[in-house]
Design a protein around this ligand. Structure first.
Ligand SMILES: Nc1ncnc2c1ncn2[C@@H]1O[C@H](COP(=O)(O)OP(=O)(O)OP(=O)(O)O)[C@@H](O)[C@H]1O
Ligand SMILES: [Mg+2]
Length: 215
């Protein structure tokens, strides 16, 4: 499956999600990550994990290479930059699934409107493709804000709000510094984080594979 991780909001967890998803999928199939962000943080992280990645910033190269790499690999994960420019459009014209992490804050919800619009435009051109899934990222457990954000996002046009939530956890922030993902780290916190990611990725991939209309 070709999956793009996108949102305009910086720091919402795109790269962390993309790397964990690539690692998770690599347990079952051949995966490559395309790092479309000039910061190259996810590709540096994956190098430490001995996993394949490639940095591509040019929108035309992105478009060409996503298609090419899809022939060589079972899955291609694209970690997109926070700028919603031409590279993000190339991603949305290529992928099967757009995965959008959103932090539960009013400002983040507001800025999510931009990626929703861009995804909806791609869906219009490509006849309801890519499928699009949104999830709450870096959330604080049990807060009113989390529940309100879930309510607000549930109605997002063209998107499925995933039930899975990724909570703010120190162990997730520590993972790149330890050249690891939470899947390979030890301790209770890592186990809990890994469980959350398992659930998220299963839900997202299942949704990506369904044939039924998304709304
Ligand atoms: N669930 C989480 N719990 C704790 N820290 C997290 C979590 N997700 C991400 N972080 C941390 O938050 C910061 C931003 O995450 P990340 O780089 O994945 O976001 P991003 O959306 O890719 O940012 P950018 O827009 O700059 O590319 C990083 O320091 C990361 O380690
Ligand atoms: Mg990033």
């Amino acid at each position: 499956m070709l999956i793009g991780v996108l949102n305009r909001k910086g720091g919402c967890g795109k790269s962390t999600t993309a790397v964990h998803l690539a690692y998770w999928l690599s347990q079952q199939e051949r995966v490559i990550l395309i790092d479309a962000d000039g910061q190259a943080s996810s590709s540096q992280w994956l190098q430490k994990l001995d996993m394949p990645s490639v940095v591509i910033n040019d929108p035309d190269d992105l478009f060409d290479q996503i298609g090419k790499l899809a022939e060589e690999y079972d899955s291609v994960i694209v970690d997109s930059p926070s700028v919603l420019g031409e590279p993000a459009k190339s991603v949305l014209l290529s992928v099967d699934l757009a995965l959008v992490p959103v932090q539960p804050s009013n400002l983040d919800l507001l800025s999510a409107k931009d990626i929703v619009r861009l995804v909806n435009q791609a869906q219009k051109i490509r006849k309801e493709i890519p499928k699009a899934a949104i999830f709450l990222s870096r959330a604080a457990r049990g807060t009113v804000l989390l529940r309100e954000a879930q309510e607000a996002l549930r109605k997002t046009q063209g998107f499925r709000l995933l039930d899975s939530v990724i909570y703010q956890r120190q162990v997730i922030a520590d993972a790149p510094g330890q050249s690891a993902t939470v899947f390979s780290m030890t301790g209770e916190a890592a186990t809990l984080a890994a469980k959350d990611y398992n659930k998220l990725f299963e839900e997202a991939i299942d949704y990506g594979k369904t044939e039924e209309p998304k709304r």
